[in-house]
Design a protein around this ligand. Structure first.
Ligand code: ADP
Ligand code: MG
Length: 255
């Protein structure tokens, strides 16, 4: 453990897709205990940074450190082992699964995948795996969606699905949780609920870094706010400072 309180440190990160530079010398840090927001116009490179940080993309240049450990180039499950878990902007394919099953399936390479065999081979259930099912139920209860456990995942509203994703990510007991647009396309009532749960997780000691396209949403929840524009950090500061910064206003207006 580092003496300083930085959970995630990104330095000089770069990623190009063909001729398009999606991440261009991006540097920032997420301090322990914060809800740090990454905002910026569509296409600014926010999701790409999450993919780079969590091991889903390999950077062309730069370094990523989690709790002081250099995780650059590591596989997603290895980054997860260091305590960093992320959710995805676009929900995963969950056809034919109940909410409970969805909870126990890891997102791509992050933890949880092995629990799927529990449902394909119920006769092989062992005590440890039963405990995982109990953990999943308990986690759903914490997010006030225990009643959805046996429903088909595809029957959920977008907002309910976001709650399930949040609950699933928490099963991995992250130190830092990265949320990619946790309230995008969600109705205002459920968005408030999600916001409350995110604040609760933070109170419980989880460091959060969240991407939102909508600046208004993060203003009530996050501090500091990091503004990305064309792959680089444009401005970082308190919500108030960022909101009134002319460079940020220009970026959002496409200037
Ligand atoms: P944001 O999340 O801020 O809206 P993204 O990180 O998704 O932005 O995308 C930044 C830029 O990188 C966009 O121009 C996008 O089209 C491009 N991009 C992202 N991922 C890929 C990819 N896998 N292949 C090619 N281009 C990509
Ligand atoms: Mg995105």
């Amino acid at each position: 453990r580092e003496k300083d309180d930085t959970v995630l440190e990104v330095e000089g990160l770069r990623k190009a897709f063909g001729g398009l530079v999606a991440t261009d010398d991006a540097s920032f840090a997420v301090e322990r205990g914060t809800i740090t927001a990454l905002i910026g116009p569509n296409g600014a490179g926010k999701s790409t940074i999450f993919n780079l940080v969590s091991g889903f993309y390999e950077p062309d240049a730069g370094t990523v450190r989690v709790n002081g450990t250099d995780v650059t180039g590591m596989e997603p499950h290895e980054v997860a082992d260091e305590g960093l878990i992320r959710t995805f902007q676009t929900p995963r394919k969950l056809e034919g699964m109940t909410v409970r099953e969805a909870m126990l399936v890891g997102a791509s390479d992050q933890p949880g995948e092995s629990f799927l065999k529990l449902f394909t081979d119920p006769s092989g259930v062992e005590a440890a795996e039963r405990a995982n099912v109990e953990d999943a139920h308990e986690m759903l209860e914490q997010f006030e969606i225990g009643h959805l456990a046996t429903q088909p995942a595809t029957d959920l509203s977008g907002g309910q699905m976001k709650l399930v994703e949040l609950a699933r990510a928490m099963l991995a007991e992250p130190e830092i949780l990265l949320l990619d647009e946790p309230v995008a396309g969600v109705n205002p009532t459920l968005a408030n609920k999600l916001s409350d749960h995110i604040a609760r997780l933070n109170d419980e000691g989880v460091t959060l870094c969240l991407i939102e396209h909508d600046m208004e949403f993060v203003m009530n929840l996050a501090d500091p706010v990091i503004v990305l524009d064309r792959g680089s950090v444009l401005v970082e500061g308190s919500p108030e400072a960022v909101r009134s910064d002319q460079r940020v206003i220009d970026a959002y207006l496409g200037g």
